[in-house]
Each structure stands twice: as C-alpha cells, then as structure tokens.
Design a protein around this ligand. Structure first.
Ligand code: ADP
Length: 283
C-alpha cells in the first residue's frame, strides 16, 4: 500500500505564436486544462502500475477542484484524505510560443496550505508500506509525514523535486531517493547517506546504488519520443509500486514505464498501465 503526501494542480496551457510584451494583448491559438502536480502524477502512475494508492493532499474551493478530485478518483487512487481548503487550487499558467519555448507561473494555492496533517491523515500514513513524497508542498509537512511513516515501519521514498536544500532530519528518514541527473549533482552530499538511490538518466535509462554499494544499471528503453513531460513522475510512481519486488525488478518496470510515457503527449494522459508495461517488458 502506497500513500502519497503531495501536490495536485491544474495546468492552464495557452499556445500562442508570439507572446505579448508587457501591456500588450495578442490572440492565442489554443488552450487546454491539464491536471498535474508531481504528487498526483506519481500517485496515478503507481496506481496504473498495479499499486494500491491513497492520496493525502488539498484542492481549493474553485472550479478546478472537482476536476482535480475526479482525475484521481477515476484513476482508482483513494481520495478520502484529499481535503478542500478555501482559496485557489494549485495552478500552473503555462504559455507555449511558436518557437516551442515555455514560460510557466506556478501558484502553490491549496498545495501551499498543506501545512498540517490531521489525525486521520496520520492514521492513513501509518498504514502505508511506502510513503511517497516530493517537494511541491511545505517541507515541514513532508518531514512530519516521513517521521510518522518510518516510525510505523513504512519505507519513505522521496523525489526531491523541485530541487532544494533539505534539513538533515528529513534525509535521516529517507530510505529511497529518486533523482534525475541535475538533482543527483545538486544533492550529492545528502544522497550519500541515503540507503537506496535511483538516478534517472533520460534516454539512457536509470541506475541504482544500494546500501552495500551494490550497483544496478538499466539501459534506456528505445521508443519513438513524442513528449517527455511526465516521464520522471511515471518512473517514480511505477518504481514505488514495484519496490517490494527488489531494486532490479522495480528498475526494469520504472524504466519501461518512463519510456512508454514519452510516446504520448501530456503528463497524466501518457502514463501507461500495468498491462502495457508488462507487454513492453516481455518485449
Ligand atoms: P526528468 O524528466 O525527471 O528529468 P529523466 O529525463 O531522467 O527525468 O527521465 C525519467 C525516465 O523516463 C528515464 O529514467 C527513462 O526511464 C524515461 N525516459 C525519459 N526520456 C526518455 C527517452 N528519450 N527515451 C526513453 N526513455 C526515456
């Protein structure tokens, strides 16, 4: 059983030939609402990969809240600990221009209001085998969740993204860290003390380093890449769902799922399910 304590947000994606100068108005070409947030994406990936998943997080009291709640619910992720708080949901306003360049404004909204865990949240966390966290909610909440999970025998899996310096007390709770190459470089000193570290290597796959110095590499899975958005979240969620099978097997599932996620457009829509991953693994 996997419990995710993390973010959920709505991406507002506008496409435009040329972005406006300050004070200018231009006509856009298109618009889409895309549910996202690392917490939500990883929860959905873990569920699709075969895990039983519960989400602890918050949406706002705006029009996006229902849609966000439904995305998790439809995927089969438990939402009994998804709370509603006053104010906006987490929002990312994304402008994609004709040159394919993105500008993004993230408003933490309800994710920033995840400042407390309720008694019911803590009960849910205590029942987890794996607690999976990222850094799109306040770090003190991540620390509280990690402490409670580990005190109750769960494995704490941290994807330290967006990358930032973290208190040593948090690293002390982390059993498994999943990082990309940038995060690995930035956090090298802290990661040295984490028992299990998985580094994703884009098209080159991923590597694992265990507590005894044991190293496993998994090559990249060759695919026709359409959009790499969400590949890292798919990798992490899938790894969590298969972690109990050991690092070799978990790495194979995660690399395959991450690669499959790059073959379709979008973040959550591109996450493969159990049968797709298994078929690709079988070759
Ligand atoms: P992030 O997107 O978080 O920086 P990576 O680029 O390392 O992370 O990608 C995460 C995982 O997604 C990789 O470990 C791999 O499994 C898969 N992946 C990403 N890009 C590709 C690609 N071009 N071809 C195959 N797999 C990929």
């Amino acid at each position: 059983r996997i419990v995710v304590v993390g973010s959920i947000n709505m991406d507002l994606v506008t496409t435009v030939g040329r972005r406006p100068e300050p004070g200018e108005t231009v006509s856009g070409d298109g618009f889409a609402l895309v549910p996202g947030g690392k917490g939500s994406n990883q929860a959905i990936a873990a569920r699709r990969a075969g895990g039983e998943v519960e989400f602890v997080g918050a949406v706002g009291d705006d029009v996006f809240a229902t849609a966000l709640r439904d995305v998790l619910g439809r995927a089969g992720v438990g939402v009994s600990r998804l709370r509603t708080v006053p104010g906006p949901s987490g929002i990312a306003t994304i402008v994609v221009d004709g040159g394919g360049e993105n500008t993004i404004i993230v408003v933490a909204g309800s994710n920033g209001r995840m400042t407390e865990l309720t008694a019911a949240d803590l009960d849910t966390i205590a029942a987890a085998d794996v607690l999976m966290c990222q850094l799109e909610i306040p770090v003190p909440t991540v620390l509280a969740a990690a402490r409670h999970a580990r005190a109750n025998g769960a494995t704490v899996l941290l994807n330290p993204s967006p990358v930032q310096e973290l208190p040593a007390e948090l690293w002390a709770e982390v059993g498994v860290a999943v990082v990309n190459e940038g995060e690995a470089a930035h956090l090298a000193a802290a990661l040295a003390a984490v028992p299990h570290v998985i580094t994703t290597l884009g098209a080159a796959g991923a590597s694992y380093r265990g507590p005894d110095g044991h190293v496993v590499s998994h090559p990249g899975v060759p695919v026709r890449v359409v959009d790499t958005t969400g590949a890292g979240d798919t990798f992490t969620g899938t790894l969590a769902a298969h972690w109990h099978e050991g690092p070799e097997t978990a790495l194979a599932w995660a690399c395959t799922a991450g690669a499959l996620a790059t073959t379709k457009l979008g973040a959550s829509a591109s996450i493969p399910d159990f049968d797709e991953i298994r078929a690709a693994l079988a070759g």
